[in-house]
Design a protein around this ligand. Structure first.
Ligand SMILES: [Zn+2]
Length: 305
């Protein structure tokens, strides 16, 4: 189990190889599980390309994708990088059961090389998504498919016709908080890689929210507790520490997230940017206060223990 196996398996050039040699031990240290980090990178090619959308298309990742997820196809066309897993399912008429046939993963980065810090940063962000997806990424329960990537949970309704399985998105939650936490991770990895502080160009609002939750309320070990849930797709420790306020936070972050996306979009006019900022402040004032109060009381409780 070494990073050299990964480099050799994918035939990476020195550019990607040098980057991986440096970040591999950082992810292992962060997640305290080399098997997951190793398998994630072993099973997934990192592809540098001109256009992320075209790259996914070329690798057959857009064939049966529906355009109703929080990352719409239009966003992919201007995206700096993406982690994607295309899952193939089959239906057995005799046992009346769906099964997973194959999971095909890819990290596509809009770059010619990883020489620039911004490209390293995008790659580090997407590797975070990949590592936090690998363990039990897809679970079938009856005729639903549950997909997890970190705190993101997507539930699909499955149906079949003429031997072909169709999945229809039923719900998608956790994207906002996960993007915040994943941007925190990206900056932690980059700061160690560059041996100096680093600020991502990505989801700063969501990152700010994640940092506030982790730092402002004196609730111990939240970063570790979140990471455990993100990696093993098991929220039980979060549930026991935060209870229902965690789900209120998830819901709030999912409302804030599309505004953060709009703010990041280069096509958003400066007038609209001002409007978006105003909407963000209104949303925070209206909905974050009660969550903040509950987090505060949990934090106070933990100090007294
Ligand atoms: Zn992301």
């Amino acid at each position: 189990m070494s990073v050299e196996d990964i480099i050799q398996t994918h035939g990476y050039n020195e550019d990607i190889a040098n980057y991986l040699r440096k970040v591999y031990p950082l992810y292992v240290e962060e997640f305290k599980n080399e098997v997951i980090v190793y398998n994630a990178l072993m099973k997934t090619p990192i592809v540098l390309c001109d256009n992320v959308y075209e790259c996914l298309k070329e690798h057959g990742h857009l064939d049966d994708r529906e355009d109703n997820e929080m990352v719409p196809l239009e966003t992919l066309k201007v995206s700096s990088g993406v982690y994607d897993c295309s899952v193939k399912l089959s239906y057995n008429e005799l046992s009346k059961e769906y099964t997973i046939v194959n999971e095909d993963r890819i990290v596509a980065i809009n770059a010619y090389s990883l020489k620039l810090d911004s490209k390293k940063s995008t790659t580090s962000h997407e590797l975070g998504h990949l590592i936090k997806a690998l363990f039990n990424e897809h679970i079938i329960k009856g005729d639903t498919l549950i997909e997890r990537s970190g705190l993101i949970t997507r539930i699909y309704q499955l149906s079949h016709e003429n031997g072909k399985v169709k999945k229809t998105l039923w719900s998608e939650t956790g994207v906002g908080l996960e993007e915040g936490l994943n941007t925190v991770l990206e900056e932690r990895i980059m700061s160690r890689l560059l041996e100096k502080g680093f600020e991502s160009l990505g989801y700063q609002t969501m990152k700010g929210l994640a940092l506030k939750v982790m730092n402002a309320y004196n609730i111990p070990d939240l970063w570790e507790i979140f990471k455990e849930a993100e990696l093993y797709h098991d929220n039980s420790r979060i549930d026991s520490v935060l209870g229902n306020v965690f789900y209120e936070l998830i819901e709030f972050a999912d409302k804030l997230y599309p505004l953060n996306v709009e703010l990041l979009n280069m096509n958003t006019s400066s007038e609209r940017q001002d409007e978006v900022k105003k909407e963000m402040i209104e949303l925070i004032n209206a909905e974050y206060a009660p969550i903040s109060e509950k987090l505060k009381s949990i934090g106070q409780g933990s100090i007294e223990m």
